[in-house]
Design a protein around this ligand. Sequence first.
Ligand SMILES: Nc1ncnc2c1ncn2[C@@H]1O[C@H](COP(=O)(O)OP(=O)(O)O)[C@@H](O)[C@H]1O
Ligand SMILES: O=P(O)(O)OC[C@H]1O[C@](O)(COP(=O)(O)O)[C@@H](O)[C@@H]1O
Length: 315
Amino acid sequence: MIVTLTPNPSVDRTVTLPRLERGAVLRATESREDPGGKGLNVSRALAASGTASTAVFPVGGIYGRLMLNLLEGEPVTLAAVPISEPIRANITIAETDGTTTKVNEPGPVLSVAEADALRSAALDASRGASWVVCCGSLPPGLDDDFYAPLIRHCQASGVRVAVDTSGEPMAAALAAKPALIKPNRIELAEAVGRELVTVGEVIDAASALVDGGIETVVISLGRDGALLVDAAGAVHAASEIGCPVSTVGAGDALLAGYLHAVDSGADRETALRTAVAFGSAAVLLPGSSMPGPSDIAAITVSSTMSPDRARSLSD
Ligand SMILES: Nc1ncnc2c1ncn2[C@@H]1O[C@H](COP(=O)(O)OP(=O)(O)O)[C@@H](O)[C@H]1O
Ligand SMILES: O=P(O)(O)OC[C@H]1O[C@](O)(COP(=O)(O)O)[C@@H](O)[C@@H]1O
C-alpha cells in the first residue's frame, strides 16, 4: 500500500477556451472540476491501476466539501484531516491548441494543532506502507521543513519516501535524503542552482544528488519524456503523442506509474517506461483526470540505457 501526503490539496477547476487573450471577455467552451493536489492525483492514478493507496490531506470549508464529493467513488482510502480554513481551488485555462495556463492559490493557513494532526495522520497511515509520497507545495503556516522529520521517521522505520515538491520545501526535504525525488527540469535546476539545457546537464545534476545520498532521481521532461538517474547510471524514456489536451497532473501520473511498477517488482527501465506511459496518457485526458489501464495501454514508449547527452531539451 502506498500513502500519499498532500498538505495543500485543491479543487482543480479547468476552463477550456479557443485562445487566451489578456483583458478580454472570453467565453469558455467547457469547464470541469477535478480533485487535485499532487498526492491526491498520485493516489487516484495508483488506485485506477489497482495499487492500493491511502491519501492523507486536510479538508475544510466549501471546497473541502466539494473535494469530498468529487472523491466519492474513487477507489482511494481517504484520511482527511479537518481544518478550519477552506482548502484552495486552482484554475487551469486550457486552450484548444494544448497550451495550459495555471493559477495556483496559496492555500489555507494551518494552525500548529492542524499541522500536528496532519503529520500524525501521515505517520499513522504509513504503518505497513511500502512508500510514503510527500507531494506538492506547503500551505501558509507550515514550515519549509515540514516534510523532513516525516521522511526521517518513515525511512528509519523501513518505509521508503518519495518527494515531489519545489523551492525551499524541496531543499529542506533533500537534506533528509528521501529514497526518490521526482522534479521536473525547472525544479531540478532550482535544486542544483543552475540552468539545465541538455540531457547531459540534467543527468549530471541528478547524479550529484545521487552522490549526495538520494537513491533515485526521476526527472519529468514534458514532451522530451523522462530520465531516471541512480547509482547504476541513466535511463531515458519518451513517447510521441498527438496534440496534448491538458498537461495538468502529468507529472503526478508519471510518479504514480513509476511507483506502481516498482511496487510490483519492475526493473528500473520498465519502471521508467511505465512512468512515461502514465504521464503521456494523462496529457491526453482533460483537466486533472488521471489515466486508467486502457488509456495507458494505448501509449507507445521508447527507452534507452544510453541517453543522448547532447540532446537539447525543448521546453
Ligand atoms: N507534450 C507531451 N508529449 C508527450 N508526453 C508528455 C508531454 N507532456 C508531458 N508528457 C509526459 O508526462 C510526463 C510529465 O509531464 P511534465 O510536464 O514533465 O511534468 P510536471 O507536471 O511535473 O511538470 C513527462 O515526463 C512525459 O512522459
Ligand atoms: O501544490 P502545488 O505545487 O501548488 O501544485 C498543485 C497543483 O498541482 C497538481 O497536482 C498538478 O498540476 P501541475 O501539473 O501543474 O503540477 C494540480 O492538481 C494542483 O492544482
